[in-house]
Design a protein around this ligand. Structure first.
Ligand code: TTP
Ligand code: MG
Length: 401
């Protein structure tokens, strides 16, 4: 089964404020700010709105829509409850993002009578407990289940019988096939391929020569062949946080304060997962949308805010010296994650002291909220961003975690 919640961010907002039901609603930000639509209700989609569309365009197409900034913690809570319901039905659960999951229900359907009845029971529990609508696709493999759930929306349920995979897919537009983005779609249409059926009868060699290994995957998907298993998520390979500024900026102290805050968010996440990092990466997007990343590999792995920030700051200073444009977006991340337990520096106890300090700060923040204890540097953000118990709410509240 592939299960996906309908208009997820919007639906969560509608549960909290039922007056918004049945109306054009957009989550992503206020129409006069920059940013894009994260989620749009069906009433808003009727005016041509869709995820990823700039808010300014959205408000021009649908001025009567209610625009909501949203807040990530609400969606994370709903997501956790959603996944917990699914886990009651089968232990073979693979969450994808916040509002989507694959469930291998093989064998468990006998409890409910059939796979279809099990899906009805899942949808009912989600409705009863979360007051949200889920759409479910059932098929013998992941790709077909995903296409089916998407096609069944809203509040849908669609089962593709074994053996019917390719005839189910054949009449659909190539844009419906997972993995085919705007660019691939354009190329395929240029080749005269508009439906999944047309794609499925292309010679494999032709697809391979146009698209390489991805061509083969596309060919298999188009024929309803997909042997990927439903797998529990593997541990994160990297952790990062980024934010777009309300206005492009050259203000060094704002850049540093934001970098410090994002470093602390990354550090807290890293320590919560009991990991250490070896590589720190800074990301900058300039006013003209040029995006750069700069990485540094640490001599010793670390999980402290200070190390992440210090490394990020060096990379930032270097980058700013080379490029004079204002900055649109800043981000910091860590990768090459390892388990803790490494060689200590015999002569230098400062690392251990920093680690102890971070553990103490983590405990204070767990109890009193993230902004309860701050460095002088991030205090600057107090005047710019609203504070909640979870931390500062940066430019895009619906994604600010
Ligand atoms: P989706 O499941 O793609 O979209 P949706 O749930 O809003 O609508 P649908 O009924 O078609 O499933 O994504 C889930 C949530 O993820 C969505 O509510 C908001 C967030 N999101 C973004 O923040 N940015 C994006 O570009 C997309 C596609 C989703
Ligand atoms: Mg969804």
């Amino acid at each position: 089964m592939h299960i996906d919640l309908d208009t997820f961010f919007v639906s969560v907002e509608q549960v909290l404020n039922p007056e918004l039901k049945g109306k054009p609603v957009v989550v992503g930000g206020r129409p006069d700010r920059r940013g894009v639509v994260a989620s749009a209700s069906y009433e808003a989609r009727a005016s041509g709105l869709h995820a990823g569309m700039p808010l300014s365009t959205a408000s021009r197409l649908c001025p009567q829509a209610t625009f909501i900034e949203g807040s990530f913690p609400k969606y994370r809570d709903a997501s956790q409850k959603f996944m917990a319901i699914l886990a009651d039905f089968s232990p073979f659960l693979e969450p994808v993002g916040l509002d989507e999951a694959y469930l291998d229900a093989t064998g468990f359907e006998s409890i409910y009578g059939s796979m279809g009845q099990m899906a009805v029971a899942i949808k009912q529990r989600i409705k009863d407990e979360l007051r949200l609508c889920a759409s479910v696709g059932i098929a013998s493999c992941k790709v077909v289940a995903k296409v089916a759930s998407e096609l069944s929306k809203p509040d849908g349920l669609l089962e593709v019988a074994a053996g019917e995979e390719s005839s189910f897919l054949a009449p659909l537009s190539i844009a419906k096939l997972p993995g085919i983005g705007k660019k691939t779609e354009r190329i395929l249409r240029g080749l005269g391929i508009n439906t999944i059926g047309e794609l499925s009868i292309m010679p494999l060699s032709a697809l391979k020569s146009h698209f390489g290994a991805f061509g083969e995957l596309m060919y298999r998907f188009a024929n309803g062949i997909d042997d990927r298993k439903v797998e529990p998520p593997s541990a994160a390979k990297s952790i990062s946080r980024e934010t777009t500024f309300g206005k492009d900026t050259k203000d060094r102290s704002l850049l540093k304060a934001t970098l410090r805050y994002l470093s602390e968010r990354v550090g807290a996440d890293l320590r919560q997962r009991s990991k250490q990092a070896r590589c720190v990466t800074l990301k900058l997007r300039y006013a003209d949308f040029t995006t750069i990343t700069r990485s540094h590999t640490l001599r010793l792995t670390s999980d402290t805010d200070q190390t992440i920030f210090d490394t990020g700051l060096k990379l930032l200073n270097k980058a700013l010296a080379q490029e004079k444009q204002p900055v649109r977006l800043i981000g910091i991340g860590v990768s090459n994650l390892t388990e803790p337990g490494r060689q200590l520096d015999m002569l230098d106890s400062s690392t251990q002291r920093l680690e102890q300090l971070n553990r103490a700060i983590d405990r204070i923040r767990q109890k009193y909220g993230f902004t309860a204890i701050q460095t002088g540097r991030t205090l600057l953000l107090k005047d710019i961003f609203p504070e909640t118990e979870g931390g500062y709410t940066l430019h895009t509240p619906s994604l600010s975690r």
